[in-house]
Design a binder for this molecule. Structure first.
Ligand code: SAM
Length: 248
């Protein structure tokens, strides 16, 4: 899992967003139960959830859209392994430019491709077919942080980067959706996500302490851990909304 020259990239994560295994299982079940014919995942990464939903709905055609070729390759390999590569295409494309409407649209951790979460909801509404669904996930403040708290987070984080969960739901309703499920992750899901995110670097550092890049990698890992443990931990949540677009 760990090469000599550089740490792996997302090698320890099943999904590139905070989510517990049980929550992922339930989202897969609920997405599949709606029996979508056409599915698109905007900002899919390697599309673990997308792969699993597609595998559960034998008649579905699915597209995973992302701008990162390496992640798309991981998705293609997963689709091959699951025997669904003929129905699931991973497409290198700007998510905000996708126009083909689908019965199920997924957009998790990628709303920034559209601007704000409200911008994303408006744009995504246009590609959810009437009667279809959107599963959207993104950061939500557990409470709005103070300036001092913001200063300990990733550089340039601002209160406007995320909404409170009720505001996220209000924005979805104002767009025309109705909420079918509103959920936000437990602290343990964020902690697992950040730990697994950092594991690429930490495992590599343990195996390569004398490598010329070790100091640089250690510095990056320690900075990230500080942004998490001294910065957003407890303040930033992650909300998932399952939304329905009414029939016309
Ligand atoms: C936090 S990751 C989430 C990945 C995936 N949805 C998941 O939950 O595992 C965000 C993804 O959005 C992709 N992304 C960011 N901007 C994009 C854009 N303009 N168009 C397409 N994909 C984009 C990134 O490459 C990355 O894979």
């Amino acid at each position: 899992m760990t090469g000599h020259d550089a740490p792996t990239r997302y090698g320890f994560l099943d999904c590139n967003s905070p989510i517990a295994a049980w929550r992922l299982d339930r989202q897969v079940e609920e997405c599949a139960a709606a029996d979508p014919r056409l599915i698109v995942d905007i900002g899919c990464g390697w599309g673990e959830l997308l792969q699993r939903v597609t595998a559960k709905v034998p008649g579905a055609k699915a597209y995973g859209v992302d701008s990162d070729l390496e992640l798309l390759e991981r998705g293609r390999a997963g689709a091959e392994r699951r025997g669904i590569a003929d129905r699931l295409e991973f497409v290198e494309y700007r998510g905000e430019d996708w126009t083909e409407p689908a019965d199920l649209v997924i957009c998790i951790g990628a709303v920034h491709a559209f601007g704000t979460a409200a911008d994303a909801l408006r744009a995504l509404y246009r590609i959810v077919k009437p009667g279809g669904r959107l599963l959207i996930g993104d950061g939500v403040w557990n409470r709005v942080p103070t300036e001092a708290e913001l200063a300990a987070m990733w550089p340039e984080t601002s209160t406007g980067d995320w909404m409170l969960l009720p505001e996220f739901v209000d924005a979805a309703i104002a767009t025309g959706f109705r909420p079918l499920r509103v959920e936000s992750v437990e602290q343990s899901e964020w902690d697992d996500f950040e730990s697994q995110f950092l594991a690429d670097k930490e495992v590599w550092l343990l195996a390569n302490p004398g490598h010329p890049r070790a100091a640089e990698i250690r510095e990056q890992a320690d900075a990230h851990r500080n942004w998490w443990l001294r910065g957003h931990r407890g303040l930033l949540g992650f909300g998932y909304l399952t939304l329905g677009r009414p029939v016309e």
